[in-house]
Design a protein around this ligand. Sequence first.
Ligand SMILES: Cc1cc2nc3c(=O)[nH]c(=O)nc-3n(C[C@H](O)[C@H](O)[C@H](O)COP(=O)(O)OP(=O)(O)OC[C@H]3O[C@@H](n4cnc5c(N)ncnc54)[C@H](O)[C@@H]3O)c2cc1C
Length: 551
Amino acid sequence: MPKEYDVVVIGGGSTGTAVVRDCAMRGLKSLLIERDDIASATVGTCAGMISSGLKYMEEPHIVDMCSEEVVHFNRIARHLIMKNPILTPMLEMGDLSSGGSFAEEYSKRAASREVPPVLFLTPEDSLKIEPKINPNLIASMYFEEFFIDPFRLCILQAMDARSHGADIKTYCEVIEVTTRDGAVEEVVFFNRLTRQKERVTTKTVVNATGPWADKVARMAGADLEIRLNKGAHVVLDRRVVNVGIIAKAVDGRMIYLFPHENTVLLGTTALDTWEDPDTLVTEQDEIEYLLKSIEWVIPSIREARIVRTMEGVRPLVADWKKPEGKVTRGYELIDHERDGVGGLVSFTGGKLVMCRHMAEAATNLVCAKLGRESQCRTHIEPLPGNESDVDVVSLAREYGVSQHAVERLRARRGTNATKVLEMTREHPEWKTTICTCEPVIEAEIRYAIREEFPRTINDLRRRVRLGTGPCQGTFCTFKAAAVFAEELDLDGQEMRAEIVDFLAERWKGKRPPLRGEQVAQEEVVQGVYACVANLDQEYTNYELKPWEERD
Ligand SMILES: Cc1cc2nc3c(=O)[nH]c(=O)nc-3n(C[C@H](O)[C@H](O)[C@H](O)COP(=O)(O)OP(=O)(O)OC[C@H]3O[C@@H](n4cnc5c(N)ncnc54)[C@H](O)[C@@H]3O)c2cc1C
């Protein structure tokens, strides 16, 4: 007999993990199905800005919603949150034109988010804060925004859902949603780990598959239109700037340069696309557009090395005949009752910052459909690790681990950092640093493998940021693979396949910007892996995922 659920949530991005958390917390028998790993698609390519939504000043209700969500995130996930100061340098009078109304709207909502109102700075003060700015500026605007680690947010939402009784299935691709008498009945999925087809029965399905939502809706015979919009980021090898920079691009759009962990993110482009979201790559034109645009305000930008690009597809509301920047950044929750498919609801639009809000709306609808009454608590109850403050200095001293490593542990795990450090009492050798860019110690890798259901080294990357720094895994992949193999009892062949898969994933982002100094860096990487274990023959010949296979 297929297992029966109240609700099946399809998609393990920010939206799906938030929905399954809310459903499970309200006592619904819930299942999340994700075809790859948690946070492996759009959300993993985003900048992680949980902004006050001021880019969308023409939609005041969205600005209010985003501002309120920032307050909620600061309550439930403050260990995952960073506050970044941002400067908007103005090089000519035209750059000032929209600054005034932005400042007014921002400042109105500043107190509730515990940030100062917008400040206008002189060139001298601006350069004191950020010496890399073009000295010809005439003024700058200073304000503060919050950022969240999108990978950790999704993992923690999924883990919290699991601790409230939900089942989480990764590497399972939904291939059919069957209906009977005008309502959903079964969800059929291909389990890529067992290579078996499985099915479950359910009364409600939440389609949270982002840019794939139209495909999943069609499986049930429902109609859904989305406006797919590609966005690319360039990742540079160091924190080029101390603060975030927002500036006008060559076409008048706003772009940004954000300090991001130990790199900086330059983004983003916004292009309507009709390509398959699975196969998009960043084009050279996009890289040059971003560099050329930011160069006006940060003239030395090209001195930094591009380590990779990353691209995602925004699943915008199907709002046509207007430029992308005018399309609503709100979301729509579609009840497919309208198409004669009862029990199915889909999302279009939305943002990372709205994921909790979107989940609350979907769960309210699901509860109404199931005739259940239960209040949402996702804005009150902390995510795992956010229970109390962590004293990094004392922990570093107590366990003999560097303060830097403990601080990074805290930022990923909050109070659960202690559980990782506790493992080093019995195994002091697990204090060894595996990934030096981050840094990540061996105990954290073992903890993540044991507690956070990674299936591959790539999954491990999403949990601990392994291999995401300037060296892009050159010096940590082997070491991490050895730990991974030991923990999961993999044989030599399986471990080798893991390494190849991880390097191939990194290669996808490294290939588009490959020129200049980055070519030399890549030669070193190829040399390292060619000489150890003779991986040069296999480097790009990796096994395609089912949805990457081409005829
Ligand atoms: C370049 C860029 C920058 C952005 N920056 C920001 C930002 O700074 N702040 C912000 O708030 N928002 C930002 N966004 C928007 C934000 O990233 C997205 O709105 C949000 O992450 C979408 O999350 P999601 O869960 O809906 O989609 P996704 O993360 O794409 O998740 C959908 C999941 O569904 C799975 N799936 C698909 N088909 C199936 C199937 N058949 N069976 C099982 N699973 C399936 C996919 O594998 C995927 O994991 C940005 C977007 C882009 C592209």
